[in-house]
Design a protein around this ligand. Structure first.
Ligand code: COA
Length: 262
């Protein structure tokens, strides 16, 4: 199926019915290909909405082609959203739908008095790092080793599920500048950590997986040390060959609920 790159007729809105929440579960299955035991069930999507979380869909006419799901969390008595899943159907990717779903999440959060949305992402996923750090203006100050154990999703390639925690401080100068001007304020880079473009291929191919595991271990060591030294991940560069590079420096804003110090 081919999709217009503007995809402007695709509507982003809250999911309203049980059927729409069930469509999120089916799309989750399609995107991650988890075993049924690891799938987030419809009842959690329902609960998320009932308790003040989010279940947001991208709709091509009646058909759900993307979703974002978030649950409320609490850091030292500060309410925030933990965005647990963001997915866009393969044929609809790279048209800005992922970003539009996140912007809808942001508007809804601000409307409800929430200033922070967090989510986790795999530090080996070059595309997600680009979207989160450069297009949305999130930062990372926490690296979690093997957060979920080894999952059944082929996207994980059988590797430990290491995760960065993305912090999206919705009213920060960094986020407002990124959304207004299309780039974040300049970063004084103190450390760079590369991710090779071949990582996707290496994760997907059992004969090459050891190479991906080596990069993961190497980057885990570099990133955890830099974060422990007080640096934050503030940018991401990608080159013409698809290689990525995390840019770390000191964040000059003081948004914090203290979670990154524990
Ligand atoms: C992550 C995901 C939701 C993004 O959705 P999307 O609709 O493709 O996102 P967008 O089009 O808004 O943005 C994608 C950006 O990544 C860029 N990109 C695409 N492939 C890339 C790559 N290999 N390396 C770097 N950047 C890449 C696109 O160019 C675009 O940036 P731009 O706007 O500056 O051009 C989608 O890819 C997905 O469902 N992935 C599988 C599930 C997943 O990983 N979810 C997130 C973690 S929970």
């Amino acid at each position: 199926m081919s999709v217009s790159p503007t995809a402007s007729e695709i509507l982003i809105r809250n999911c309203e019915s049980l059927d729409e929440l069930q469509a999120c579960v089916l799309l989750q299955k399609e995107v991650w290909n988890f075993t049924d035991l690891e799938l987030i069930p419809q009842r959690l999507f329902v609960v998320a909405k009932k308790i003040g979380g989010q279940g947001i869909g991208a709709f091509d006419r009646e058909e759900l082609v993307g979703f974002a799901m978030a649950i409320p969390g609490n850091h030292h008595r500060h309410l925030y959203f933990h965005s647990h899943m963001l997915a866009v159907r393969d044929a609809y990717r790279n048209c800005g739908l992922g970003r539009r779903l996140k912007l809808f999440q942001r508007d809804d959060a601000l409307h409800n008095g929430i200033e922070l949305i967090e989510w986790t992402f795999d530090p080996l996923e070059i595309k997600n790092a680009w979207l989160n750090l450069e297009r949305l203006g999130a930062i990372c100050r926490r690296y979690v080793v093997n957060q979920y154990g080894i999952t059944s999703s082929p996207l994980q390639g059988g590797l430990p599920s290491d995760r960065f925690v993305a912090e999206w401080w919705l009213k920060s100068r960094r986020v407002e500048t990124t959304l207004r001007e299309g780039h974040h304020p300049p970063v004084n880079v103190e450390c760079r950590v590369p991710v090779p473009a071949e990582i996707y291929q290496w994760k997907a191919d059992s004969a090459m997986r050891a190479r991906a595991a080596e990069i993961q271990l190497q980057n885990r060591a570099l990133l955890t040390r830099a974060l422990a030294d007080g640096l934050a991940v503030l940018g991401y560069e990608r080159d013409a060959h698809g290689n990525g590079e995390f840019l770390l420096g000191r964040w000059d804003e003081d948004w914090s609920y203290g979670a990154e110090r524990h």
